[in-house]
Structure formats: C-alpha cells, structure tokens
Design a protein. Structure first.
Length: 330
C-alpha cells in the first residue's frame, strides 16, 4: 500500500512538473499558430514495430553481408525519415482559433467551437481534435482554407468550466509516427445552477390571473381576514373581533399578482446558498416557459423584470457566477 501511494505521488509530481513546463512552452491564448516549439512527434506503436523490423533487417545484412538486405534496410530507413517530415508538415503552420462555448447545466455537455486555419495552400489531412472526456472530430484542409469544428464536453459544477488542453494530433501519411500538440485555447463555458423543483416563492404569479390577490409575507397592503392559525404573529390577530366575542381571526396582507414577478434571494431564507440558486434557477425556467416577465434580486445584483431568451441568459448567468470568488452564495 505504501509503495502504491509513493508511486502515485511520484506520478502526480511528474504530471504537475510536465503541466508547468507545458504552460511555459504553450501558454494560454485565444489563437495559436503551430511551429516546431509547439509540435511533438514520436513513433506510434506500428512505428516502433517498424523500427524493430528495420533493426533486425540491418543486423541480418551485417551478419550475412547481404547487399539486398542492406538495400531493403536503407530503403525502409529512408521511408521512415520521409514519413517523419510529412507527418510534421501535416501540423506545421496550422492556426487554431477559439470561437465560443455554449452555456449548459450540470450533467449536460457544453458545445465548444474552434476554427482550424491553414497557411497558404498547403494541404492537411486527417487532423483529429479532442478534449479530455469529450467528443472528437477528424477534419482535412484540402480545398478550403479553414473549417469550424464543434466538440462536446461534459461540464462540472456551477460556475466557469475549463475543458483543459485541446489535443490536436495526426498520424498521416503512413501511421508510423504520431504528431500532436496540447493547446490551451483559453475557452470556458458557463455552467448554470442545477434546477431544483420548489413551491412558488411569495409574489410569483404561479398561474393566477393578473390582478388576483396573493398573500405575501411582509406586505403592508391589507387584504382581509382568515381564521386564526397556530403560529400566526400576535400583531396579525384581529383583537377587536376577539373583544367582541368573535372567533379569533388573523389579518391577511397581500399584493396583487401580475405577470411581472420578482425572484428574490431572500424568498428562500431557510435554504443553503446553492439550494437558493437552484430554486431560483427553476423558477426562471418556469416563468420563461409561461411567457411572464420576471426580475432577479441577489445580494449586490438586481435585474429588472423582462422576458425572452436574452433576458433568461442574463439572469441565469447572474445565478451561475454569484459569489464564486467568495466560495458560493451563503
């Protein structure tokens, strides 16, 4: 067990060291052009077998002094060298541009868009792009100067999601060598809170016709009386009626429902910060589906009521980034 922990620690240390070295060699950027400093090349598994076969043929030629074996060995060695040059040239000169990343909810996949552009009229074949744990795509630049690639990556928790370094690789033309690069395109996706179903907060229309009275805690608008319930505040009790011998009643204060609802952070005071954001997120989606106007109040943030896709995106973005630097909304 101790040996395994030590080995894992050494492996993690090597990965951290490699990550720091890679960050210095290929720093984050929205656009990267590939040159010899940013491209790595190494024999693939078939290439290693090819090298072993080449060595065996050469040893046989030396042992038996066979000119034909020498010719085959030198021919294959030349083929390997030429393949190395072509494999490197298939990536050299390419420029990758970060375009956009679509927002998503936890558990979904975000859509990352990247443009691959060639320099001049050089042709590039079988370019494979992928992010860790995400989808991959294979493209070629033959009769076009650039192409857009869409990749899908599962996102994590609420906030900004960084997919890591993009892998671009090629084994063209013979598959004997693998040429690749790891690029940090400085592209992040916004992850919204996870929607959690909850009852309507005070003041939300909740399918009532516009103008219907809604009981609302903390309102100063008198609405009427109802039977006394255990737990009602003493200031709500209609003491004059009690003095006249009537059954205890409580005063009801309310507001009028409209299609402009306020989603307020304080409406879910009994919930934790992340749960509050999830409840608010659920009602943003619900009110948007119903076509109602809604606004948002968070500590330090207020967005006026409106509706529509742009408004929904703005409200959800405010929920997604709320107090991230402070360790979550509490």
């Amino acid at each position: 067990m101790a040996d395994n922990r030590q080995a894992n620690g050494e492996g993690n240390g090597l990965r951290r060291h490699f990550g720091r070295w890679l960050a210095r060699r290929i720093p984050p950027a929205r656009s990267v052009t590939l040159d010899q400093r940013r491209i790595f090349i190494f024999p693939s598994l078939p290439g290693l077998f090819f090298a072993v076969l080449l060595l065996l043929i050469l040893l046989t030629a030396i042992n038996y002094q066979n000119n034909m074996a020498y010719a085959v060995a030198f021919l294959l060695a030349t083929l390997f060298v030429i393949s190395t040059l072509h494999t490197y040239a298939n990536l050299a000169g390419l420029t990758l541009h970060a375009l956009s990343a679509s927002p998503a909810f936890p558990g979904q996949r975000s859509q990352f868009r990247v443009r691959v552009q060639r320099a001049g009229k050089a042709t590039h074949y079988a370019l494979r792009l992928s992010w860790p744990q995400g989808s991959d795509s294979v493209v070629s630049l033959v009769d076009r100067d650039s192409c857009e690639v869409t990749l899908y990556v599962p996102v994590g928790a609420r906030g900004w999601f960084n997919p890591g370094r993009l892998l671009l690789e090629s084994r063209y033309p013979l598959g004997l060598l693998r040429c690749w690069t790891w690029l940090d395109l400085d592209l992040q996706a916004l992850v919204y809170p996870r929607p959690l179903i909850t009852s309507a907060p005070p003041g939300v229309a909740s399918e009532r016709p516009e103008g219907t009275a809604v009981e609302t805690a903390g309102s100063d608008d008198f609405h009427g009386f109802r039977s006394y319930r255990q737990g009602d505040a003493l200031r709500q009790v209609h003491w004059k009626g009690v003095a006249r011998g009537h059954p205890p009643q409580s005063k009801v204060y309310g507001s009028y429902a409209s299609h402009s609802a306020w989603l307020d952070w304080e409406a879910f005071a009994d919930a934790s910060g992340e749960h509050r954001l999830s409840y608010l997120c659920y009602w943003v989606l619900a009110l948007e589906r119903r076509g109602e106007d809604y606004g948002l109040r968070l500590p330090g943030v207020e967005i006026a009521p409106a509706s529509g896709e742009a408004h929904q995106s703005r409200v959800l973005a405010a929920l997604a980034v709320h107090q991230l630097a402070g360790g979550g909304g509490k």
